[in-house]
Design a binder for this molecule. Structure first.
Ligand code: ADP
Length: 485
């Protein structure tokens, strides 16, 4: 696969600063691994403060001309980038599977999904409108202009190596902002390939820059720079809090997509087949490694046995293996630390009374493969109910009443995605309104789309990505008062 990718021109293993592919200034590198077999894919530059400062300068220079282009011009270039991403869907999918591990079909799905943000925001680029306000004095005219924020620092995680970047960079570029991207060190290759395609699409040098290596050093340089006017981050709540605090020094705008602890509530009146299908999709996508993965599956007493039985049967059918394998639906976890975390959570749950209905240990394939697992008799105070599991473990928690389910679901500091399964219209509205979450799926387990706003409440984050609302994150309002007319 690597040889084929190399000949495609998309296999980049240097950073991108001001339109030039660049090594670390001191020549240092770090390794990128294939999580399915531990093999080293390639070495990429271990960059730090100096390279980041130069990337920021490039972005700052490029902002002057990029922000002055007409919206239609930026739109056309974004559209071209979208078309190139789709034209190279197969190579990008292979890169994602190679460095991230998810099954190839799912990886190609991520390319379609990731590219959709560039397409959507290429269209929205043309729809940034200001306002005219009725004045309070007769000799005045009042206007609101919308202008790009400026240089944006983009820090992204490894679970969606492409989509987490495009859903930030799409709206940023559409508005006229320029970016310094720091992809996750575990998955930089997809980001570099996407950046290469942005150049091919005619997005000028310096508009998109990519640096990686020493994450805290790069992050600190971005935070310290007064030229960077905004930081947008997807990742852990702990790092998000650090970045938010660090942004205070230069009063940057901040958008954060942090950890979730998604409840999936299955009521007695649900259609069991729909609930099983939805819960499987919400739980096991990307081997459980997404911030919207169902973390706690609450099942009402009357349907508990029936659901547990049907759900386990469906889980048994999930095929674990190398993402390049035929028919594989669950790839490896990202690394050994991720497996150890899952093991720790399982240990905690079983010593506190949870029962393993299925799976419960490392897969016979070895490496970082883990058996898809179903636990019953889980309680809301166990570790795996308090924190994100980020692995293929589905905990079932019984409940009696609707009120109890809502209270349990909201009993967390997180508030990203929630799922409910019920055939009652009244209940679906009542529960949806009572859930302290930014996204709610009703009778549906896969709900992310570029046309709808994605984001959390409480400690799951700030701001929204995707949709018409996603543009606001990259625009400043300027009030203009024309007086003495
Ligand atoms: P995850 O648990 O998903 O790996 P992290 O929050 O650790 O989440 O990582 C998300 C992104 O944040 C990655 O790109 C990572 O390199 C980056 N990161 C981690 N620590 C810092 C830091 N101190 N400053 C800036 N970025 C950081």
């Amino acid at each position: 696969v690597v040889t084929r990718l190399q000949s495609s021109g998309l296999f980049r293993s240097q950073g991108l600063i001001g339109g030039k592919w660049i090594d670390a200034y001191d020549g240092k590198t770090f390794k990128v691994h294939n999580p399915a077999n531990g093999e080293v894919i390639t070495n990429v530059p271990l960059m730090g403060k100096r390279e980041t400062d130069d990337a920021i300068s490039s972005a700052h220079d490029a902002f002057k001309s990029w922000s002055k282009l007409t919206a239609a011009d930026r739109s056309n270039r974004l559209r071209k980038w979208y078309e190139l991403l789709i034209a190279h869907k197969e190579e990008l999918g292979q890169l994602i599977t190679l460095e991230q591990g998810k099954p190839l079909k799912e990886a190609m799905g991520e390319v379609t999904y990731g590219a959709s943000f560039i397409e959507f925001f290429s269209e929205e680029a043309k729809r940034v409108y200001g306002d005219i306000i009725s004045p309070t004095l007769a000799d005045r005219r009042l206007f609101v202009l919308k202008q790009p924020v400026g240089v944006v620092g983009v820090i992204t995680p490894w679970n969606f190596p492409l989509a987490m970047i495009t859903r930030k960079v799409g709206p940023a570029l559409a508005c006229g902002c320029t970016v310094v991207i720091k992809p996750a060190e575990l998955t930089p290759l997809t980001a570099l390939a996407a950046a290469e395609l942005s150049l091919q699409a005619g997005i000028p040098a310096g508009v998109v820059n990519v640096v990686m290596g020493d994450a805290p050093a790069v992050g600190d340089a971005i935070l310290a720079s007064s030229q960077v006017r905004k930081i947008t981050f997807t990742g852990s709540t702990a790092v998000g809090k650090k970045l938010m605090a660090g942004a205070a020094g230069t009063v940057k705008r901040v958008s954060l997509e942090l950890g979730g602890n998604a409840p999936c509530i299955v009521f007695d009146d649900a259609d069991v087949d729909v609930a099983v299908k939805g819960a499987i999709a919400a739980k096991f996508r990307n081997t459980g490694q997404t911030c919207v993965c169902a973390n706690r599956i609450f099942v009402q007493e009357g349907i508990y046995e029936k659901f547990a039985d049907a759900f386990s049967k469906a889980v048994q059918n999930l095929q674990v293996g190398d993402g390049f394998g035929e028919g594989v639906s669950l790839g490896p976890l990202i690394n050994e630390a991720a497996v150890q975390k899952v093991e720790k959570f399982l240990q905690d749950a079983t010593t506190k009374g949870a029962k393993v209905l299925l799976g419960g240990k490392r897969h016979s394939l070895g490496m970082t493969f883990f058996e898809p697992t179903v636990l019953t008799d889980v309680k809301n105070d166990m570790l795996l109910s308090r924190e994100e599991i980020f692995g293929p473990v589905a905990p079932l928690l019984p409940f009696r009443t609707e009120e109890e389910a809502i209270a349990l679901a909201n009993d967390t500091n997180a508030g990203l995605a929630a799922y409910i399964f019920t055939n009652s219209i009244q209940r679906s509205w009542r529960v949806t309104e009572a859930l302290e979450y930014g996204l709610v799926g009703v009778n549906e387990g896969l709900i992310s789309t570029e046309v709808a706003p994605f984001g959390g409440v409480k400690q799951s984050g700030l701001g929204r990505e995707g949709s018409k609302y996603g543009l606001d994150e990259y625009l400043e309002l300027k009030y203009v008062c024309l007086g003495n007319m």
